[in-house]
Design a protein around this ligand. Structure first.
Ligand SMILES: [Zn+2]
Length: 166
């Protein structure tokens, strides 16, 4: 059952695209598995108006990111941050209390039995928390790192592939 939920989200991930005008974004990398994703946010009036992710990862990584977008979109920034912290604590600490109304996120419960895979499941959530403190650079990159994908100058984004619009 849990496995099916993860497989379904891996095959058809929700919100799996780059936002055209993200206000915030952050990149996450899990070298243990090779997962690399970027979380994009559009925050307006202290609310997560839109959230999406791009990149590549294993089934657990993508499923967790997909479930995360469904969980956090529409929440206030404060609630979303609390939510993400609660989920991370629950994934990392087997003695932590289970957060309320997990819904399909309960599917990640099975991952806790495999410590090697926990970083796959937590990657998107860490990237989300990082993104909250990382406004996307909407102008040209001007030699500084791109807030969306962490790459260098704008020339590295052929045809706006990173979604930051530069
Ligand atoms: Zn992984």
């Amino acid at each position: 059952m849990y496995r099916e939920v993860l497989l379904a989200h891996n095959e058809q991930p929700h919100h799996f695209y780059a936002l055209s005008q993200p206000t915030h974004a952050a990149h996450g990398h899990n070298p243990l598995c090779g997962d690399e994703i970027t979380v994009h946010l559009r925050i307006e009036s202290d609310r997560i108006k839109e959230i999406s992710f791009t990149g590549q990862g294993c089934a657990i990584c993508k499923a967790s990111a997909s479930l995360m977008t469904l969980r956090l979109e529409g929440l206030s920034v404060t609630d979303a941050e609390k939510n993400a912290q609660g989920i991370l604590k629950w994934l990392n600490d087997a003695t932590a209390e289970q957060p309320d109304n997990l819904g399909e996120l309960e599917a990640l419960l099975g991952v806790r039995k495999f410590p090697m895979r926990i970083k796959c499941a937590t990657l998107a959530w860490h990237a989300f928390l990082k993104a909250l403190n990382q406004p996307a650079i909407s102008d040209k990159h001007e030699g500084s790192a791109c807030g969306c994908c962490g790459e260098g100058s704008g020339s590295k984004h052929p045809n706006g592939s990173c979604g930051c619009g530069s």
